[in-house]
Design a protein around this ligand. Structure first.
Ligand code: NAD
Length: 486
């Protein structure tokens, strides 16, 4: 069995409590790793190490930090198959169809941060007073706590760790407990460089204990968190006064307007946003709002796609959709489907688990129609492989459907009318609006995050935005004294 330890101040060590827990394969149920069950005391040691070593990362030139990020990316490239193997094993997504792609994305994220940091410009500001020179600089915040979920166990941590290193912040990282082994594989790639000792510290253990200590500790200056809205709200209140970057849940509407001339590619892109990673994506098309005239066309296209999906074990080369990661996810799927059908929906395809696998976590891709606006699938995030179709006949009905959910992460609009596209895109209460493409279209350098006033978080990751977010902007004014030459 694999072993995962804590990594604090450059040294692998067990938890103070000496306790451990296990992670399991969602596909086979087998035990994958025995993991150190960190405690608040371990978190305090990791934070102390980050504080004490932060100066050594800050002292490196931007070019040196950029090179280290490039080296980490190269390590991932060299160990791509091994890391994808860990993801498929522990998270459950198909090795060939998805896990390898996740590693490629992580490599791209590291490369992006490595490049972008070189071009993070600040300003020289003209002022009224002729004796003054005024300019701004960006400085690291100090110690960043990074807390990540299980759905992209390598790529999401990179979305924070890469920019944190680039900007010179020391890190204390806690991955979701169930993907601790994947986390350790990424850590191996990080520490196999000449990154100064103790600037990236790795903890494992329960979020409400180890994570909470990171969140409340006075020497942690910023928190980068991706996870559920429930946990995000707890963190927002517990981290009062700190800088927080919160990437939370979504229930992105895909809107098909009456004027849309849907192609096969369009329908395919909607299906991809429902079923990628078995729907366990914050930007999944959690609900599809279709003008009644186009309902038949959309249902038929999505059903054809769902039928073509090969649900299977993570290492079966033909698998295009693996198991759901947790039993709770499956139960939420059960609950959302039961609730929708009780309110009048019809299951067109799927709607149940497959029972011929080693675990009970394999769900058929599901298409449901005639979904009532008050159904849970329309109001909350399902986080499973589901395409719920709701219809409307006029603008008012469409607005009512849109506003049933308080999530505000991403949305998609399919239309052939440029005016409709722009006016709806600008009025949507989501941080990302994709016109004529899927809700989960995103490239790593594009600003990404939820819109204010909704339940999908705050701040932006991606490209230059996250670099700005992870630094303090300092204004320096200089008074040039009389007689001095300038
Ligand atoms: P989760 O909120 O249960 O856990 C996320 C992390 O928070 C884990 O590492 C966990 O250990 C830690 N945690 C739990 N309680 C904590 C506490 N009290 N204090 C500090 N840390 C704590 O989320 P999950 O089930 O791992 O992930 C799924 C959720 O993540 C979904 O809602 C999904 O939409 C969301 N997500 C959002 C994005 C985005 O970019 N917006 C991306 C991926 C996933």
């Amino acid at each position: 069995m694999k072993k995962v330890s804590l990594f604090i101040d450059g040294i692998s060590r067990e938890s103070i409590s000496e306790d451990t827990f296990y992670t399991y394969s969602p596909s086979s149920g087998e035990t994958i790793a025995q993991v150190a069950r960190g405690t608040r005391g371990d978190a305090k040691l990791a934070i102390e190490a980050a504080v004490n070593n932060s100066h050594s990362l800050k002292a490196l030139s931007v070019w040196d930090r950029s090179r280290i990020l490039r080296d980490i990316a190269d390590n991932l490239e060299r160990r791509k198959e091994e890391i994808a193997y860990a993801i498929a094993l522990e998270q459950g997504k198909p090795y060939t169809a998805e896990a390898l792609i996740e590693v490629s994305r992580a490599i791209e994220g590291l490369s992006n941060a490595s490049e972008h940091i070189k071009w993070l410009e600040t300003s020289v500001i003209s002022v009224r007073d002729p004796t003054k020179r005024v300019y701004t600089i960006r400085q690291p915040k100090g110690v960043y706590g990074v807390i990540t979920p299980w759905n992209y166990p390598v790529n999401i941590p990179v979305e924070y760790i890469a920019p944190a290193i680039a900007t010179g912040n020391a890190i204390v990282w806690l991955p979701a407990p169930s993907v601790s082994y994947c986390g350790w594989k990424l850590m191996e790639c990080i520490i196999d460089t000449d990154l100064p000792k103790g600037v990236v510290n790795f903890l494992t253990g329960p979020g409400n204990e180890v994570g909470d200590e990171i969140v409340i500790h006075p020497k942690v200056n910023g928190i980068g968190f991706t996870g559920s809205t429930t946990t995000g709200n707890i963190i927002a209140s517990r981290a009062a006064g700190k800088d927080t970057l919160l990437e939370l849940g979504g229930n992105g509407p895909t809107i098909v307007l009456e004027d849309a001339k849907l192609t096969e590619e369009d329908i395919k892109s909607i299906a991809i946003s429902c079923f990628t990673n078995a729907g366990q994506v914050c930007t999944a098309a959690g609900r599809i709002l279709v003008h009644e005239k186009l309902e038949t066309e959309v249902i038929s296209g999505l059903t054809t796609f769902a039928e073509s999906i090969r649900v299977g074990e993570s290492f079966d080369e033909k698998t295009t959709m693996g198991p759901l990661h947790t039993k709770e996810n499956c139960e939420k799927m059960d609950q959302h489907i039961a609730d929708a059908t009780a309110k009048g929906a019809e299951v067109v395809f799927g709607g149940k688990r497959l029972n011929h696998f080693k675990t009970e976590q394999f769900y058929l891709p599901t298409v449901i129609r005639n979904v009532h606006p008050d159904s849970l699938v329309n109001c909350e995030e399902t986080f499973g492989p589901i395409a719920p179709i709701l219809t409307y006949s006029n603008e008012q009905e469409l607005n009512e459907l849109i506003n049933k959910s308080n999530m505000g992460l991403s949305s998609a609009i399919f239309t052939n009318d440029i005016n409709n596209a722009f006016s709806l895109a600008e009025s949507m209460k989501t941080g990302i609006v994709n016109i004529n493409d899927r809700t989960n279209y995103w490239e790593l350098h594009i600003p990404f995050g939820g819109i204010s006033g909704r339940s999908s978080g705050k701040g932006r990751i991606g490209g230059m935005e996250v670099l700005k977010q992870m630094t303090d902007l300092k204004t320096i004014t200089v008074t040039v004294k009389k007689g001095e030459k300038i």
